[in-house]
Write a protein that binds this ligand. Structure first.
Ligand code: CO
Length: 217
C-alpha cells in the first residue's frame, strides 16, 4: 500500500494516544453523546477543514460540506443534515462558510464546460445573475471572484432562512442564528460577513411560511 495512505493510520494511532494522554475519558465521553452548538456548511475544499480552522474538537461542530458550500433546497443530503442539526441536536448557530479562491465559484464565473459539475455550479451562476450589476463593475477577475464568494455565502444564508426547517424553529421560539463567514486560504483568517439572521423579519414575503397546521383526527 502506498506510503501516504499508511501514514493516515500511523497518524491516527498517535492522535488517539495523544487524546487519551490528555484526557483518559475523551473517547468514552464522546461515545455517550454529541451535543454540538454549531452546524457548519462549508466547501469540500481540502484547505478549509471546519474543526482545524476554528480550533474546535470532535463533538463541537456538526458538518456538511459540498462544492462551494451550497444550500440547494432539493438536496436531500443537505436537508437531512439541517433537519437533524436543528430538530434533534438543537444547534444554536448555523454557519455558512465560503472561502476566497474557491475553485467552484471561479469555474461558475467562466464559460468552460467541465462536466457533471456544471449542473451544480449553475446555482452559482444564478447568484451571479442576481448580483450582475455589482459584479460586472469589478474589473479585476480575482476580486470579482472573491466578491462572488461573499455574495454566494449571502444567498446561501438566505436560502437557509427560506426552509421550513429554519422557519419552524423560529416560530417555535428556538434561539437559532444563521451566520455567513468567509475564510481566506492565503492567511488563514476567518471573517464574519455581518449578515447574521435570527428571525424571519427580513425574509421576503413570498418565502414566509405559516406554521404547519396539524390535522386533528
Ligand atoms: Co471552494
Amino acid at each position: 500500500m502506498c506510503e501516504s495512505y499508511n501514514k493516515l493510520f500511523e497518524n491516527n494511532q498517535r492522535w488517539v494516544q495523544n487524546r487519551i494522554d490528555k484526557n483518559p475519558d475523551f473517547f468514552n465521553d464522546l461515545a455517550e453523546r454529541q451535543s454540538p452548538q454549531f452546524l457548519w456548511i462549508g466547501c469540500s475544499d481540502s484547505r478549509v477543514p471546519a474543526n482545524e480552522i476554528t480550533g474546535t474538537m470532535p463533538g463541537d461542530i456538526f458538518v456538511h460540506r459540498n462544492i462551494a458550500n451550497m444550500v440547494i433546497h432539493t438536496d436531500i443530503s443537505m436537508l437531512s443534515v439541517l433537519d437533524y442539526a436543528v430538530n434533534v441536536l438543537h444547534v444554536k448557530h448555523i454557519i455558512v462558510c465560503g472561502h476566497y479562491g474557491c475553485g467552484g465559484v471561479a469555474t461558475a464565473m467562466g464559460n468552460k464546460q467541465v462536466g457533471l459539475i456544471d449542473n451544480w455550479l449553475r446555482h452559482i451562476k444564478d447568484v451571479y445573475r442576481l448580483h450582475k450589476d455589482e459584479l460586472n463593475a469589478i474589473e479585476d477577475v480575482a476580486k470579482r471572484s472573491d466578491r462572488l464568494v461573499e455574495l454566494n455565502v449571502l444567498e446561501q444564508v438566505h436560502d437557509l432562512t427560506k426552509t421550513s426547517i429554519v422557519q419552524n424553529a423560529w416560530s417555535n421560539g428556538d434561539s437559532l442564528h444563521v451566520h455567513g463567514l468567509v475564510y481566506d486560504i492565503k492567511n488563514g483568517y476567518l471573517q464574519d460577513l455581518n449578515i447574521t439572521v435570527g428571525d424571519n423579519e427580513d425574509i421576503e414575503a413570498v418565502y414566509k411560511l405559516d406554521a404547519l397546521e396539524h390535522a386533528i383526527s
